[in-house]
Design a protein around this ligand. Structure first.
Ligand code: ADP
Ligand code: MG
Ligand code: MG
Length: 250
């Protein structure tokens, strides 16, 4: 579904991704772990098409299409979703407005009819309920004054509404208390665990992986994947850190 080959990318002329190769098949969850500053968030931004991130070498295909040729909105319409490590606050735009515009813009690009206000609200309420997010929060400006955990849950509400094929979730577990972690983990499974979907889960901790069990675990260090394994690799890293991983020691 997603095939990344020898990806090199830089910011302001500074190389960050240095030959990253990774393939994720439909139906799979892959976890990406790795030390701070390794390039994990950069990978998410490059896949999402954030301006300022220049790909200098390599290729990315998504369902056989050259992803790097698509504009960010086209990537989203094709089914790509990026959950941010630091969700952005948007004063003056309510969650409902934001989500309805996003969904209908994507539907438009896929030649699907827009949802009416009533249809949309029903969907949004169901998703908010599923993530344990108070209905009132749908009316509030996007993420403004939300706690860290509420922002992360709000990202999952967005994901539930947009219903992507491929989600890149960047430290979605950071700042969550134990109950919220379980709710978010259940949400990821409910929304994204399907034979025709896949997830790239960037995380520092095993605890989210207790809920969302990965098929593969990778260590990203200094801009490339330096080690891959099964779920047991995350447990090993939690025990022993990155010191024993070739190319990943700080
Ligand atoms: P991670 O998510 O793995 O902690 P990041 O992808 O956020 O790492 O960052 C990778 C490297 O890129 C870091 O050294 C960071 O300082 C650098 N970096 C990120 N954004 C910029 C930027 N706008 N300008 C210069 N360097 C940046
Ligand atoms: Mg980091
Ligand atoms: Mg990061």
């Amino acid at each position: 579904m997603l095939k990344i080959e020898n990806l090199h990318a830089e910011i302001d002329g500074k190389p960050i991704l240095k030959g990253l190769t990774l393939e994720v098949n439909a139906g799979q969850v892959h976890a990406i772990m790795g030390p701070n500053g390794a390039g994990k968030s950069t990978l998410g931004y490059v896949l999402g098409g954030r301006p300022g991130y220049e790909v200098t070498e390599g290729s990315v295909t998504f369902d056989g299409v050259d992803l790097l040729e698509l504009e960010p909105n086209e990537r989203a319409a094709a089914g790509l979703f990026l959950g941010f490590q630091y969700p952005v606050e948007i004063p003056g735009v309510s969650n409902v407005q934001f989500l309805r515009e996003s969904l209908n813009a994507q539907r438009g690009q896929r030649d699907e009819k827009p949802l009416s206000g009533g249809e949309f609200l029903k969907l949004a309420r169901a998703q908010a309920d599923g993530l344990g997010l108070n209905q009132d929060m749908l009316k509030r400006p996007v993420n403004v004054g939300f706690s860290g955990g509420e922002k992360k849950r709000n990202e999952m509400v967005q994901m539930g509404i947009l219903n992507p094929k491929f989600a890149i979730l960047d430290e979605t577990d950071s700042g969550l208390d134990i109950d919220a972690l379980r709710i978010v983990g259940d949400g990821i499974n409910r929304i994204m665990r399907a034979p025709d979907k896949a997830v790239l889960l960037i995380t520092h901790y095993q605890r989210l992986l207790d809920y969302v069990q990965p098929d593969r675990v990778h260590v990203l260090a200094d801009g490339r994947i330096v080690r891959s394994g099964g779920p047991e690799l995350a447990l090993e890293l939690e025990r022993e850190g990155y010191a024993g991983v070739e190319g990943a020691a700080a």
